[in-house]
Design a protein around this ligand. Sequence first.
Ligand code: NIG
Ligand code: FE
Length: 422
Amino acid sequence: MKIDTLIVSANELVTMDTYGGRVPLRGSKMQDIGLVENGAVAISGQEIVAFGETHDLLSELEIDGDTRIIDAKGKTVTPGLVDPHTHPVFAGTREKEFAMRIEGKSYMEIAAAGGGILNTSRLTRQMSIDRMIANGSKYLARMITHGTTTLEAKSGYGLSTESELAMLQSIKYLDQTEKLDLVPTFLGAHEIPEEYRDGRADEYVELVIEEMLPFVAKKELAKFCDVFCEAGVFDIEQTRKICLAAKKLGLGIKLHADEIKPIGGAELGVELGAVSVDHLVEVSPEGIEAIASSNTVAVLLPGTSLFLGKGKFAPARDLIDAGAVVALATDFNPGSSPTTNLPLIMSLACTAMRMTPKEVWPAVTLDAAFAVGLGERIGSITIGKQADLIIWDAPNHSIVPYFYGESLAEMVIKKGKIIWRK
Ligand code: NIG
Ligand code: FE
């Protein structure tokens, strides 16, 4: 076999391959991140074909003059990061609401007064697809510098059939043209649009079910359907209706669940067989139990808690100790979490949610891959998986969340190719 690239002498290789890389690491197993000292990884084409201790690999493999050797002495090598919850296509910014919150207004008060998601929606509806793509591309370029190689990307600022489809088309275009992979999620039920606010929320739910979803499914514009299931937005019954319709059309389910009020979003997600339930700041003990006894991934977004100034974070410890699969995401969006920096989210998970510097790694690689339905292909350094790898300017895995707010990614490899270097 021809080895195209060989990374050698990594101080630490974080493989996540402890259990073969084909099942998520849950509960206490999140500590078993598969460390190899003085590690090496061999790439052929787009795939990982071997990994292990450097001396072993050098003696086993046939290396010729064409093999690119990358010396990772003193560095840490990990799988590429997967950001499993983002809203990267939108118009404008919401720094005025940021100031309003500092002065004491809550996220839901601002939303009720026509700000929030509707504010971004007004601007996004007027945006051309070309501008959506250009704007999204700018933010994706920032994500790469932090080590993200795959992200989930939601629509949800169009809130009309035409504009939601435009958002999904721009996400599809970005996936095809950018160096990162995007997993598209339809979030038509992100907010009740202005023109349905005269008590016609159920009519909007009908529009999502009867018109938007069939279009999205027919044109294969999304892999998942998501709903902002929250008191004052879409209630449990409306959410269930939308999700059942989406499932019938072959879409997977993700939910914004139990962020502000514990209304049973997590339990509903598990009942529906959702691939993930996200936010969970207010999840109930029953919700935690339900998640822990299922394959649904709990996607936690501590950046959102920080940026909304809530002082309250999702119960990561309770979830992990109950045996749940836990992932972390930026929730990148213009309102509640304008950061593209996933390593910063790892730091926050450690300090604010008491996840260990080991547990945060599966949460942004293997378990995050399962949260977007790609656990079989990415998220670990496993033979046969896609060669998405990061070389960090860090001697061990703990140093990445330790230097919080920094960007220690030094080289980003996607499908076997170097796509970015410092
Ligand atoms: O995940 N909570 C709902 N949706 C987004 C916020 C979107 C916005 O404020 O623009 C979130 O935090
Ligand atoms: Fe979100």
